[in-house]
Design a protein around this ligand. Structure first.
Ligand SMILES: Cc1cc2nc3c(=O)[nH]c(=O)nc-3n(C[C@H](O)[C@H](O)[C@H](O)COP(=O)(O)O)c2cc1C
Length: 505
């Protein structure tokens, strides 16, 4: 499930008893522009977007034989290229032929493939003949039952190993009843395993999954929304209270450094109607991992883990640089996780600095909107007030955009200020640079910025120099970090993933 099926949720489902887990659908070109990196600190394999350093797909040994990579594709060549690139890291490849969303259909992907059988078959045949791992696909039913059976048989003829069938047509919504009879018809007509899907409305525990599969005449069932709501439904001993599930999910999110925005989204999906409760409100207001963890009394664990990862060189979004990770550059300076500035980038920055008209002071400070409840407290407003009070000319902002990232430089009082944190939008970049300026003017306290997550605490050696421009060494796990999976109920040791709009803590 998009946004839900990231590493922590997949591991949680496996821990609770699911046999196999799917990734969220990942569009082929997103994977093709990613670079595969081994992250020794987290013990993961990361596919990093080379344009902005964000994680497209993160996986680990624990799920190696159980994770199915689902791709969105309309192209044989791209699908095959993706499958060849990733087959060493996943158990199987699935092609999504069930997504009814506009963006999918317009791109010839998802449900569009059900109405373009030659292309659908060519993609599956291309995959089956090019990779050594099983290939599967997921379809929706067609309005006509016989046509659905015929379609499934055609797809089966490509040599795929199994087929997922969501018992709704492309126009039916999740609230519509699932057509179990149609799934059963397909299952009885095929010789490969059929995986029944669409039964979440009747599923709250493992027994319900088994019953759903039985009614559909299949040997397996795939559960989406019910697992999103309470993943512990897979447990043989019955589901756990939601609070326990949330705590375990957050623990795994910290352990695998999942992005705060993704973690927050998944917990919101679990809370459902409880989003209006006091806890739900706190979650809504949270923006950092620390803030999320504090709600479930995991604050200390989060602080400790993030500090360890920080000392080991993991800087998450803080290390994102435009085009940081291109192949030719990564050999030179990037560490295994690719989370440092490339040689070219460093040179560019040095060059810029040398030719700059005025000296540049920079710190790695990010702008976290929730730290500023009132607009009057916003860094740019504060800087404006400071200038007015001291009879100084207003600060001049200049914003630089590279790929999808932004960085601002401020000229104020004969000095230039910038944050080495590349923000996802122009406004945030300006606010971040204003924070750097306010720090050097003594208006903002370093300790307060560290406490609210805008800055990371510095290592002693760099603290003395007073310059934290994110240049790091290799990411190798220090001995105190146990990169093994934790025993199920011992939460406190673990943390990764960066996506758009994230803040890095
Ligand atoms: C938030 C959300 C994200 C989804 N993402 C995907 C996806 O990435 N790939 C996919 O095949 N289906 C996706 N689906 C559809 C589900 O996999 C599933 O087919 C559908 O919800 C019916 O199954 P259920 O009754 O168990 O929820 C998504 C559904 C939801 C609600």
């Amino acid at each position: 499930m998009v946004r839900v099926g990231t590493l922590p949720m997949r591991l949680l489902a496996l821990e609770y008893g699911a046999d196999l887990v799917y990734t969220e659908e990942i569009i082929d070109w997103k994977l093709l522009r990613a670079e595969r990196l081994t992250n020794d600190v987290l013990g993961t394999i990361d596919y990093i977007d080379t344009t902005d350093g964000t994680v497209v797909f993160r996986t680990c040994a624990e799920e190696r034989n159980k994770v199915i990579l689902q791709i969105g594709t309309a192209s044989v060549e791209r699908a095959v290229a993706v499958a060849k690139m990733l087959q060493q890291d996943v158990a199987a490849i699935d092609v999504n032929m069930g997504c009814p969303k506009d963006f999918s259909i317009k791109g010839g992907m998802g449900v569009a493939l059900l109405y373009d059988l030659p292309r659908a078959k060519a993609i599956l045949e291309g995959l089956v003949s090019s990779v050594t791992i099983p290939v599967t696909c997921k379809i929706r039913i067609l309005p006509d039952l016989e046509e659905t059976v015929q379609l499934a048989k055609e797809l089966q003829s490509t040599g795929i190993s199994a087929i997922g069938v969501h018992g709704r047509t492309k126009t039916e919504r999740p609230r519509h009843p699932v057509n179990e009879e149609a799934i059963a018809k397909v299952a009885s007509a095929l010789h490969i395993p059929v995986i029944a899907n669409g039964g979440s409305q009747s599923i709250t525990r493992r027994h319900d999954v088994v019953q759903f599969a039985r009614r559909c005449g299949t040997t397996s069932a795939m559960v989406a929304r019910a697992a999103e709501w309470n993943c512990s439904l897979f447990r043989a001993d019955g589901p756990l209270p939601l609070d326990d599930v949330i705590r375990r999910y957050i623990t795994l999110s910290v352990r695998y450094d999942n992005s705060p925005s993704n973690t927050k989204y998944c917990v919101q999906m679990m809370l459902r109607s409880l989003q209006e409760s006091p806890i739900g409100r706190r979650l809504l207001d949270s923006q950092t991992m620390q803030q999320i963890c504090d709600i479930w009394d995991l604050g200390e664990f989060c602080r400790e883990t993030q500090l360890k990862y920080h000392h080991a060189g993991i800087k998450g979004r803080r290390a994102c640089r435009p085009r940081t990770l291109s192949n030719e550059e990564s050999e030179e300076k990037a560490n295994e996780s690719g989370q440092v500035a490339s040689k070219k980038q460093c040179l560019e920055e040095n060059d810029q600095n040398q030719s700059a008209p005025t000296p540049l002071l920079q710190n790695n400070i990010c702008f976290i909107r929730s730290n500023f409840p009132s607009d009057n407290d916003l860094p740019k407003t504060k800087l404006y007030t400071y200038a007015t009070r001291n009879g100084l000319p207003k600060a001049q902002y200049e914003v630089q955009q590279k790929d999808k990232l932004f960085r601002a430089t401020i000229e104020f009082g004969g000095q230039r200020y910038s944050s080495s944190f590349w923000e996802k939008n122009k406004r945030f970049a300006e606010q971040g640079a204003a924070l750097v300026c306010l720090l050097h003017l003594g208006v903002e306290e370093r300790s307060a910025l560290i406490a609210n997550g805008a800055m990371l605490p510095e290592k002693e050696s760099t603290a003395a120099k007073g310059d934290d421009a994110a240049k790091t060494g290799t990411i190798k796990a220090p001995p105190e970090i146990n990169t093994e999976m934790l025993p199920k109920d011992e939460c406190l040791q673990n943390n990764g993933q960066s996506v758009a709009e994230d803040v890095p803590t």
